[in-house]
Design a protein around this ligand. Structure first.
Ligand code: IMP
Length: 181
């Protein structure tokens, strides 16, 4: 892939993300108020910032585990074929589980991962995505909680990358190429 010049326009501020996480955590706490331990599963790598902020706001007994599924590689298009690159360390049978994703785009990744985890017979399995691009959906999937619905734009920041770059931006921004008119 040839490197094209681009700039990043802020779309969702760090402050808005923090406020939305507070709201989401209240809802998650209501759902899991009776849990004896919630396994919070972060999908690597894009969810690492979101899960860090989410668990610090969650007033519940939790464990954290991670799973890595392949998706975009270094491009801007989903590969659609989801492969598990790194599985969970712990068993989830009979446990309460919350899967944490950065973006639901075509829906293939979370759809595949939630089916895989359902097969391990957790007590309860819920999912949360910081961002949702409903106009891009190819499979019928909706996360139980969504931070923000966004239009069909390629976004970076707050853990989300473009070819491994820009994950460390504190806000969500959209990529705008500067070599087009
Ligand atoms: P899906 O399987 O098409 O729903 O894709 C989900 C994954 O694609 C996300 O976890 C991201 O890693 C990646 N992705 C989707 N949209 C974007 C984007 O706008 N920027 C960066 N990565 C994205």
């Amino acid at each position: 892939m040839t490197a094209r010049p681009y700039v990043i326009d802020e779309m969702i501020s760090a402050k808005s993300i923090a406020a939305r996480i507070e709201e989401l955590c209240k809802e998650i706490q209501r759902e899991f108020h009776d849990t004896n331990k919630l396994v919070v599963v972060g999908l690597l790598r894009g969810s690492f910032v979101f899960i860090a902020d989410l668990v610090r706001e969650l007033d519940l007994p939790i464990e954290v585990d991670f799973l890595e599924a392949s998706s975009y590689g270094d491009g801007m298009e989903s590969t659609r074929e989801v492969r598990i690159l790194k599985d969970l360390r712990g068993a989830i049978e009979g446990r309460d589980v919350l899967v944490v994703e950065d973006i639901v785009d075509t829906g293939h990744t979370l759809n595949h991962v939630t089916h895989l985890l359902e097969n391990r017979r957790p007590a309860r399995l819920k999912s949360i995505a910081l961002l949702d691009k409903p106009s891009r959906r190819e499979v019928d999937f909706k996360a139980d909680w969504t931070g923000f619905e966004i239009p069909d734009e390629f976004v970076v920041g707050y853990g989300i990358d473009f070819a491994q770059r820009n994950r460390n931006l504190p806000f969500i921004g959209k990529v705008r190429f500067t070599d087009v008119g």
